[in-house]
Design a binder for this molecule. Structure first.
Ligand code: 13P
Ligand code: SF4
Length: 321
């Protein structure tokens, strides 16, 4: 509508004026993803977002996603102005893993290598030996296991259990979860599969093990989009945030995408899984970030923490390169 168009035009002009670029996650609103691509910015999974921001020459990064993504960008490129549409966009994994408690957990097992998911605060990353995202976690843990390392994993217990199962590594798991993926239900998914016997099932590994067990493909958001293209099935049941449907449908215009059911929703679920914090990223909020900057939008990371957290973050980027 007219209001959205006005925001889009203003954002385009402001991006040029401020030498800024939009870096968006697949779970943000379709109009944000479209605008990021149209203006030379980027849409991707959390690893790709970190990589893009790190390599781009713009003076200002507008990170459309949640706080840990903004913090990772600032840790990697402190010379840039890193802005977010809202600083209130959190993540249940980050919130459920306070740095002091996590540090105590690590201190109790000093002989373990500490691997943390990117969905954590800078302070938790600073306590870690490695940072991983869902697209690279399996390879990194495989590598550490081959060196005989025992691992402390935090904070997502479902992703941790998935990696433990697939690598056989010795892992102590922090008990956190993503409020969106934790809601997917194996029972309801089995009912849905019975309705659509020819459909393939795509699952993000932040989902419970019982849901992952029903998957034809498991992976990060980017990996699931790739699987959607590669699988021969014409119908795909997708267990991740519904924001992914925008890009996935563009990539497989001839396929039918169905949202996987959450608990209680049954096999007729529609629009069940959407992250409340990702949903805070709107066009108006992006425009505000570009106009106002400052304390309502700018990411700051304490320099001592930044220097410490850069080490495990860079380890991941170098491993992935
Ligand atoms: P990926 O995009 O790395 O798969 O991460 C998913 C996620 O939970 C981001 O919030
Ligand atoms: Fe965190 Fe889950 Fe939201 Fe991703 S979808 S930001 S993991 S709460």
């Amino acid at each position: 509508d007219q209001e959205k168009l006005t925001h889009v035009e203003k954002i385009k002009a402001l991006l040029k004026e401020k030498d800024a670029v939009l870096v968006a996650h697949y779970y943000t609103d379709p109009e944000i993803q479209a605008l990021a691509e149209e203006t030379g910015g980027f849409v991707g999974d959390s690893l790709e977002m970190a990589r893009f921001g790190n390599q781009h020459s713009a003076k200002t990064l507008i990170i459309c996603g949640v706080r840990f993504m903004g913090e990772s960008a600032k840790i990697l490129t402190p010379e840039k102005n890193v802005l977010m549409p809202t600083l209130e966009a959190e993540c249940s994994l980050d919130l459920g893993c306070p740095a002091d408690k996590f540090s105590e957990f690590c201190d109790a097992h000093p002989d373990h290598t500490v691997v943390v998911y990117a969905n954590t605060s800078a302070a938790v990353k600073a306590r870690a030996d490695w940072v991983v995202t869902s697209s690279i976690a399996l390879e990194i843990v495989e590598h550490l296991d081959s060196e005989g390392k025992d691992i402390i994993w935090g904070p997502d217990r479902h992703l941790g259990a998935y990696i433990q199962k697939n690598t056989g590594a010795e892992m102590l798991l922090w008990q956190g979860e993503c409020v969106v993926h934790d809601e997917f239900s194996a029972k309801a998914l089995r009912d849905m599969k019975a309705l659509y016997p020819d459909a393939a099932v795509l699952v993000h590994p932040e989902s419970p093990a019982s849901v992952v067990a029903l998957a034809d493909a498991v992976g990060s958001t980017s990996q699931l989009i790739k699987a959607a293209k590669e699988l021969p099935n014409k119908k795909l049941i997708v267990a991740t945030d519904k924001g992914i449907f925008f890009k996935m449908q563009q990539m497989v215009p001839d396929k039918e995408l169905v949202e996987a059911p959450t608990a209680g929703a049954g096999a007729t679920c529609r629009s069940c899984a959407h992250c409340p914090w990702m949903a805070m990223n709107g066009l108006k909020a992006i425009e505000n970030a570009l106009v106002e900057g400052g304390e309502k939008h700018e990411i700051f990371v304490d320099e001592a923490l930044r220097v410490k957290s850069l080490i495990p973050l860079n380890r991941m980027l170098n491993f992935a390169a």
